[in-house]
Design a protein around this ligand. Structure first.
Ligand code: ADE
Length: 231
């Protein structure tokens, strides 16, 4: 999979994605991440990329021309261009799976108070990572690349992908590692029993219980999913 990131601060995205699982996937060539800086497409002495908003207001807005040129540099016929903005549709696991089907993704990070609205004519999608405002789109790009990148074949074990949270809308069951007793707290006996059927049942019940309690919205989606499956 190939991803281009349009950003004024490439290191903010490159560094966190150079470590651990995604770092290894990049070394193996399973994931190719490239950076384009709109500042390299300015023509004035100060390499200006932002300007005061028309109509007044505080802060600065990213100008359309350097952004447009940066996007155009990497955009191909099969590219999927995504603006990262708190005004976008909210990212989740099913959006991650949707992005996984794209041949080439261009993630465009805003900075300062956002972009000139006219850049949206060159985008296929607008995505937010949640209802909060970041100082720029870069941390959002890291989250999106991490979650899509780990779904790419060969990056992590297939079984790990299949067992986890949000599969069929349920949160993951609790997990435990050594030691079996820690500060007087014991791992549930059943998990030490070796009875795989019972363990499977216990985990499923825990998933249901935790989802119902912590995320009633997801639990409802799960119920709807079951109803649709029965129809
Ligand atoms: N840029 C600023 N805030 C953001 C958010 N919540 N999601 C994506 N991009 C952003």
């Amino acid at each position: 999979m190939k991803i281009d990131v349009v950003t004024l601060f490439p290191e903010m995205v490159d560094k966190p994605l150079s470590l651990s699982i995604i770092g290894r996937a990049r070394e193996k060539g399973l994931l190719k991440i490239n950076f384009v800086n709109p500042r390299d497409f300015t023509e004035d002495k100060h390499r200006t990329v932002d300007s005061k908003p028309y109509g007044g207001g505080s802060g600065m807005v990213m100008m359309v021309e350097p952004l447009y040129k940066a996007i155009s540099k990497v955009k191909k016929r099969n590219s999927y261009v995504v603006l990262l903005t708190p005004r976008g549709r909210v990212f989740n696991q099913s959006v991650a799976k949707e992005l996984l089907t794209k041949k080439h993704i261009v993630l465009v990070c805003g900075h300062y108070e956002g972009f000139d609205e006219r850049i949206s004519y060159y985008a296929d999608d607008e995505i937010s990572i949640g209802d909060f405002v970041l100082s720029g789109g870069e941390p959002a790009a890291v989250c999106i690349i991490d979650s899509v990148g780990r779904l790419v074949d060969g990056v992590i074990k297939k079984e790990s992908r299949e067992e986890e949270s949000f599969k069929d809308y349920l949160l993951e069951f609790p997990q435990y590692a050594r030691p079996a007793v820690w500060k007087g707290k014991k791992v549930p006996d059943l998990l030490l029993s070796g009875d795989h059927n019972k363990i499977k049942k216990w985990r499923f019940e825990k998933s249901l219980e935790i989802t119902k309690k912590r995320r009633p919205d997801l639990y409802e989606k799960y119920r709807d999913f079951l109803r649709r499956k029965d129809e």
